[in-house]
Design a protein around this ligand. Sequence first.
Ligand SMILES: [Zn+2]
Length: 137
Amino acid sequence: MTDFRLISDDQWRERLSAEEYRVLRRAGTEAPHTGRYTDTETEGVYSCRACGTELFRSTEKFSAHCGWPAFFSPLAGDRVIEREDRSLPGRPRVEVLCATCDSHLGHVFTGEGYDTPTDQRYCINSICLTLEEKPIS
Ligand SMILES: [Zn+2]
């Protein structure tokens, strides 16, 4: 099994497209309302574009109208890492990373008032995900 944490920066550049690399490995953000999964309601599982680990499900996806795919929970808590991000001055955020390969996925926001079971919004870049259509039991 591949240890994705041992993959070098040069190898990531080879494995990913330029835009995937910029977002996943350089904590970039895709432009709002441009990602392919922003409004997707297809039933299925979203995996990490970099390593293939299943991260989110359509059953936890909701319409946040924020311009990016939004989930109120990951598939399982141990699939992602959440850590403080102070890259924007005066606006601390919580960054969400893939726990398997340490790739950047997006940010999670809490207490915004969305009518979901958790009142959390995992705001994830479409380009970090691959959707596999399949029934969710
Ligand atoms: Zn990953």
